[in-house]
Write a protein that binds this ligand. Structure first.
Ligand code: CP
Ligand code: NVA
Length: 305
């Protein structure tokens, strides 16, 4: 593993290695305090962030290293200079790069240029750190991932795509319910199905949220308009209204079902207060686990080989 750009790129061994190491780091954080001593991570952000920014920076500090936050206006990636040149410069000073950007190709270009590890902190296409933290959280709660059914309700977006890849590696059933025209990308679906051929992965694609949620062990949703789609927010609010995760929809899931969301949430849109604040909700556990899982990813990429 040289970069962490897509869960699709991981071998099954690497996928489970990340989950196992995350568990150890969460349980015994003090054992890893020097693991990335004197290492420096550059964090390139073209979009806002709470969880990704804080969990990567705290993660580096807790592993004995440091992180440098580069805000959108600082380096004006893609405008002031190319992602290729940013990679060629950063590799001379730091040990790893985490990037949050719009076009996924920007990350590919950066990784092609930089000889140091590159971590995808979200693109328009994928959000792999989120999905790894999500399956780690599910594993903590349910004991085992294989055979679990996760229903993703809403937009077939970056989070949905990475959950498909994670579910494929883990041998889960993923049921995605979107409005017509907002399905996950065909290309991603095809790749996930290939990844899941040997794992017991099952995929359900529907436009009916109740069908997706039926008997699900986890019900997951995300905002209807992602970062960069702000101008579509009003129209999407109307189109996605039937896809709100509320108590009525949750009642169709398995009795012990959990509610999941990557956050930030638009309460009252994709999820009601009643659901996100309920005892079934594990959204803050997901957020906490970003820290432990990303520490594992950074250690595997930047630690002693
Ligand atoms: N879930 C997530 O990535 O949150 P941020 O956008 O705040 O980083
Ligand atoms: N789909 C959302 C996820 C935010 C963490 C977005 O891209 O804005």
């Amino acid at each position: 593993m040289e970069d962490f750009i897509s869960i699709h790129d991981l071998t099954l061994y690497e996928f489970h290695e990340i989950l196992d190491l995350s568990r150890k780091i969460k349980k015994y954080p003090h054992r890893f305090r020097q693991s990335l001593k004197n290492k420096i991570l550059a964090m390139v952000f073209q979009k806002p962030s709470l969880r990704t920014r804080v969990s990567f920076e705290v993660g580096m500090l807790e592993l004995g290293g440091q992180a440098i936050y580069l805000a959108p206006a600082d380096i004006q990636a893609g405008t002031r200079e190319t992602f290729f040149d940013i990679g060629k410069n950063l590799e001379r000073w730091v040990d790893g790069i985490m990037i949050r950007t719009f076009a996924h190709e920007n990350i590919i270009e950066l990784a092609r240029a930089a000889s140091i590890p590159v971590i995808n902190g979200l693109s328009d296409l994928l959000h792999p750190c989120q999905a790894m933290a999500d399956v780690f959280t599910l594993k903590e709660k349910k004991g085992n991932l294989a055979g679990l059914k996760l229903a993703f309700i809403g937009d077939g977006n970056n989070v949905c795509h990475s959950l498909l890849f994670a579910g494929a590696k883990a041998g889960m059933t993923i049921a995605v319910a979107t409005p017509p025209g907002y399905e996950p990308k065909e290309e991603i679906v095809k790749m996930a199905l290939e990844d899941g051929q040997t794992t017991g992965f099952k995929l359900i694609l529907t436009h009916n949220p109740e069908e997706a949620v039926a008997g699900a062990d986890a019900v997951y949703t995300d905002v209807w308009a992602s970062m960069g789609q702000e101008s579509e927010r009003e129209i999407r609010r109307q189109i996605f209204a039937p896809y709100q995760v509320n108590q009525a929809l949750m009642s169709k899931a398995a009795p012990q079902a959990v509610f999941m969301h990557c956050l930030p949430a638009h309460r009252g849109e994709e999820v009601t207060d009643e659901v996100i604040d309920s005892a079934q909700s594990i959204v803050y556990d997901q957020a906490e686990n970003r820290l432990h899982v990303q520490k594992a990813i950074m250690l595997l990429l930047m630690g002693k080989k």
